[in-house]
Design a protein around this ligand. Structure first.
Ligand code: NAI
Length: 242
């Protein structure tokens, strides 16, 4: 269990869509947040939060940002395949290495914002469990596969714990038919982060980041061990989205 009020929590990607939501929601819950992003933070700072504008590819700054942190919520980086390979290289490969070196030094737990694009070339008719083969569908997805494998290396070699969340589609509401399977509500994401901090041990595990959607493509994962169960569902949107 990580004490998120006493030990700071580093949140990367804080100026992004999910980072802004988590900064607000976790700040309201009394977490001591150390926020960071390449871009300026656009919102009022939550209580007990600080913000540092930084590039994940800057090793010294990442190590300094993580000093004394018990938990790193790693949401920063190239978040779609629209980023160039060079940008992906700097943020998602080099930056990821800096995050894990920082976690090793601080003996911090990592929550890694992974993606369904690590396994995107499986057929949709297959129901996938957390131990299915990686089948990345883009350079972006491949970089997140590297991230998950980096987490495995640091757990096996150094005991650094990781929850890799293969996020489906995390938006305020589902907006197309695919999201009837893949949608993750902001509230379920927040509750997942709380469990990632509160769980006694998490080891190195994978969570399918989706709400309780009847049309889900995904099956077994480590949610029971974490004590997380999604409470929202895309199902009520089926009528309007098909
Ligand atoms: P976003 O693009 O809104 O936020 C990512 C943030 O990372 C941005 O604010 C950007 O400035 C920052 N960033 C990019 N390169 C950086 C660098 N070199 N150094 C420091 N910061 C850098 O993305 P969003 O939607 O908030 O997603 C957050 C995380 O969750 C991402 O890692 C993404 O891959 C993952 N994810 C999100 C999904 C979703 O549905 N929103 C689905 C699957 C995965």
């Amino acid at each position: 269990m990580i004490d998120t009020t006493q030990r700071p929590v580093l949140l990367t990607g804080a100026a992004g869509n999910l980072g802004r939501h988590l900064a607000r929601a976790l700040g309201e819950k009394g977490w001591t947040l150390r926020l960071s992003d390449l871009r300026p933070f656009p919102d009022p700072l939550p209580p007990r939060a600080s913000f540092t504008q930084a590039d994940l590819s800057d090793a010294a700054t990442v190590l300094r940002l993580a000093e004394s942190c018990g938990l790193i919520l790693h949401f920063g980086g190239a978040s779609t395949d629209d980023y160039s390979f060079e940008q992906i290289l700097g943020a998602n490969l080099r930056g990821l290495y800096h995050i894990y070196e920082a976690a090793r030094r601080e003996r911090a737990r990592v929550v890694f914002a992974s993606t369904n694009h690590t396994i995107g070339f499986h057929e949709r008719s297959e129901k996938l469990d957390d131990d299915c083969a990686f089948r990345s569908d883009s350079y972006y997805g491949l970089s997140k596969t590297y991230g998950e494998l980096m987490g495995r290396l640091y757990f096996d070699k150094h005991g650094v714990e990781t929850v890799a969340v293969r996020i489906g589609s995390c938006f305020p509401e589902p907006v197309d038919a695919r999201m009837l399977a893949t949608w993750l509500s902001y509230a379920d994401l927040t509750r997942l982060m709380e469990r990632c901090a509160a769980a006694e041990r998490v080891g190195c595990c994978v969570i399918w980041g989706a709400s309780a959607n009847a049309r889900t493509f995904w099956g077994r994962d480590a949610r029971a061990a974490l004590g997380w169960a999604p409470q929202d569902s895309a199902d009520p949107f089926a009528g309007q989205l098909g």
